[in-house]
Design a protein around this ligand. Structure first.
Ligand code: UT7
Length: 323
């Protein structure tokens, strides 16, 4: 059977780093509160010349270099983002043009923080359905542009960045030992749409709007939703937490990551954590964490890796990949 095998990863971060202490003069907060409640110590913030498209392009070029490929080898770009450069065209098409790629096709996916997990599951279906052979899956965000910088309950949590992964059609035996995407489980429930949203849009206010979140409400649902969708993925693949080599969760809050890993019985040393360095970068958080763990040699060929995310909508999902 056809399997979607990981060929390379890459990442890109804005030049400017903003530490927790940098917020202390802006809103009533402290390094101690942010670090204790979220695990975040710093985040990268895009400069005027840095956009979702430019960061996505840089992450894509890094993934291509890591894979030993060029844009000519790619036939589909799926960009997960909630902060596109423009309402349309899709920022994926802009990245396609920036890469000098004038063949194949490209589109954006919008599932907020779960966007990259949705995009990997989607790319896998395009590959297995025969519509694409090599897919560049990107998560790129500039959440700094939609933050209310006077709201301490949200502005300290988010950061900007991009991560990319290349999936390539390969042969598998249909077994758990195969390399590639092995299982995926996606969920959404719009009953929660007002708990984490942007208060503007082209069809309502005609403005871009700003991010609004009932953090405590999101927190309350997060661990249960994450563990449910991971257990569904485990049973689809016929594995248990002990079989995993790495757990790469969405990086929103260290307390959510720890509680989810504990509930699932995933050992602490198998969990990849980058929330301290990047903050919550929404759809970019999982591919940024993946790129870090690949670059430092933790994730290696043959490892069983679980990706997970949960965010606005709510949307949530998990993907199991043999590296
Ligand atoms: O990526 C999509 C998914 N998003 C998430 O997963 C986010 C989920 N939620 C969270 O991570 C947490 O709920 C937060 C980090 C947002 C908040 O942590 P919390 O422990 O749930 O705090 P809280 O909202 O219950 O607030 C506790 C107190 C409040 O004061 P009172 O009402 O107890 O007097 C807040 O006003 O902390 C206050 N507070 C702050 N204090 C200092 C809220 N933000 C800040 C701040 N600095 N930045």
């Amino acid at each position: 059977m056809i399997r979607s095998v990981v060929r390379g990863t890459g990442a890109a971060l804005p030049r400017r780093i903003m530490k927790n202490a940098d917020f202390e003069g802006m809103v009533e907060t402290s390094d101690e509160w942010i670090a204790q409640r979220t695990g975040i110590r710093q985040r990268h913030i895009a400069g005027d010349d840095e956009t979702t498209a430019s960061l996505g392009e840089a992450a894509a070029r890094a993934a291509l270099a890591n894979a030993g490929l060029t844009p000519a080898d790619i036939d589909l770009i799926v960009l997960a983002t909630s902060t596109p450069n423009n309402t349309f065209p899709a920022t994926a098409v802009e990245i396609q043009n920036r890469l000098g790629m004038h063949h194949g096709f490209a589109f954006d996916m919008q599932a907020v923080c779960s966007g990259f997990v949705y995009a990997v599951a989607t790319a896998d279906l395009y590959i297995r359905g025969g519509l694409a052979k090599r897919v560049l899956v990107i998560g790129s965000e500039t959440f700094s542009r939609i933050l209310d910088w006077s709201d301490r309950s949200t502005c300290v949590l988010f950061g900007d960045g991009a991560g990319a992964m290349i999936l390539e059609a390969g042969e598998g035996a249909g077994a758990i030992a195969d390399r590639g995407v092995l299982a995926a489980s996606l969920r959404s429930d719009g009953i929660h749409k007002d708990k984490l949203f942007v208060d503007g849009g082209p069809s309502t206010t005609g403005t871009v709007g700003q991010l609004r979140m009932e953090g405590r409400e999101v927190f309350k649902h997060a661990v249960g939703m994450i563990t449910d969708v991971i257990e569904a993925t485990f049973s689809q693949a016929g594995i248990s937490a002990d079989d995993l080599d790495w757990f790469v969760p969405h990086q929103a809050n260290k307390r959510i990551i720890d509680a989810s890993a504990k509930k699932l019985g995933i050992a602490e040393q198998k969990v990849v954590v980058t929330v301290d360095l990047h903050g919550n970068t929404s759809a970019a958080s999982v591919p940024l964490a993946l790129a870090v763990a690949v670059a430092d040699g933790r994730i290696k060929k043959g490892d069983l890796v679980l990706l997970e995310a949960m965010g606005g909508g709510f949307t949530w999902g998990a993907v199991l990949v043999r590296w």
